[in-house]
Design a protein around this ligand. Structure first.
Ligand code: KG4
Ligand code: ZN
Length: 352
């Protein structure tokens, strides 16, 4: 029987060990996840340092690093779990969104592995993966809840109505919040990746640089965001100071930007949790690693009686475990791909 025919006959096991594979950007990440909630082992090999001198991810470098790292990462995760390759019950892989060349490495690897082991191949949306990271952080978490997605590619407030149905309440109409952090870091001459550098410098600064209130210049939806105006205001402020020969207090700029960028995320997530009546907020995406965001959200949510689920920092940024967690949900539905599976640069925000 060929593989396409076999996928109709795969048995759904009770506590499957799923290998999650993530290669959408600069992290080659794999994890062995048991029944969608338990991380058995994992390995993340990052090429971030290789991109630093270019001030951003260079797609070809990312793809080449994935090619050489993916087998090592998988062997390492199997070794740490004391598992054999034949113990893998299914292979889940990020199909998109992301850098096409980078995604193709993970997709091709996952296809070859699933085919050779004769196990299901599960395509996973990167965004759904970020949402599913919350199930690893809080093993008792069940929908419905609100997800605040804040990454380098996306900014959104999402209602997770059940394990399979999500509704995007609002999203960024231009730049993603992580992208704004990265651009502001570049203007301030900070190292890549920008988010952690801005956060570190902001700790030494004060919120005293006047920056515009978001969405003051157009009619966005209640839960929409706009970061391009804020980013431009920071760039203009720095350039104006330079032209006038005034010293720029970079720490104050970082603190003021961070506050303007984060407060609106927190406010809208809380509003969505109250409006929906769900009273639970999960954070996902790289900007969720930001200490100011974590503190502010926890503090304000507690005052309102809202439960927060904030994954450990390494599960906010890209990782294989979140792909294994979402892969498990798709596994239960039998949403398997055949060997024609391809990578997608763009996947709709709420799409599976
Ligand atoms: O989710 P992620 O790892 O990749 C995707 O975009 O899918 O997010 C990366 C983004 C980058 O823009 C990075 O600067 C930002 O998350 N980031 C942070 C922090 N750590 C990572 N932004 C603010 N504060 C941080 N501590
Ligand atoms: Zn991501």
């Amino acid at each position: 029987m060929n593989y396409s025919d076999r996928i109709k006959t795969f048995e759904i096991k009770k506590n499957p060990l799923i290998l999650g594979v993530e290669s959408s950007c600069d992290e080659t990440a794999v994890a062995l996840v048991r029944a969608g909630r338990e991380i058995v082992s994992e390995k993340i090999i990052s090429s971030a340092a290789r991109h630093a001198e270019f001030g951003g991810v260079v797609p070809e470098i990312a793809s080449r690093v994935h090619t050489s790292a993916i087998l090592e990462a998988t062997s390492s995760a199997l070794g740490a779990a004391g598992a054999k390759i034949g113990d893998i019950d299914a292979v889940a892989v990020t199909k998109g969104a992301g850098l096409l060349g980078a995604l193709l490495v993970g997709v091709s690897f996952a296809k070859a592995l699933a085919f050779s082991l004769g196990v299901p191949l599960i395509p996973v949306s990167h965004i759904r993966g970020h949402i599913a990271a919350a199930y690893l952080a809080d093993k008792t978490l069940e929908p419905p809840f609100i997800t605040l997605l804040a990454s380098g590619g996306h900014t959104a407030v999402i209602a997770v109505e059940d394990y399979y149905k999500v509704r995007v309440l609002g999203s960024s109409l231009d730049d993603a919040v992580g992208e704004a952090f990265d651009k502001v870091a570049r203007v301030l001459g900070l190292s890549y990746p920008g988010g952690p550098s801005v956060e570190k410098l902001a700790r030494e600064g004060k919120n005293c640089v006047p920056l515009p209130k978001m969405l003051s210049h157009y009619d966005g939806g209640e839960f929409d965001f706009s970061y391009s105006g804020l980013k431009t205001a920071v760039i203009n402020y720095v350039h104006n100071c330079e032209q006038k020969g005034l010293a720029v207090n970079k720490a104050d700029v970082a603190a003021s930007f961070q506050r303007a960028a984060v407060d609106v995320l927190v406010d809208k997530a809380i509003k969505a949790a109250l409006n929906s009546g769900y009273k639970k907020i999960a954070v996902s995406g790289g900007v969720g690693a930001n200490g100011y965001l974590r503190e502010r959200l926890c503090g304000l949510a507690e005052e309102k009686g809202i439960h927060t689920v904030i994954p450990e920092k390494k599960y906010c940024t890209d990782n294989g475990a979140m792909i294994g967690a979402e892969g498990y949900l798709q596994y239960l539905k039998g949403n398997f791909a055949d060997l024609t599976l391809n990578a997608q640069a763009v996947v709709p925000l709420g799409g599976e």
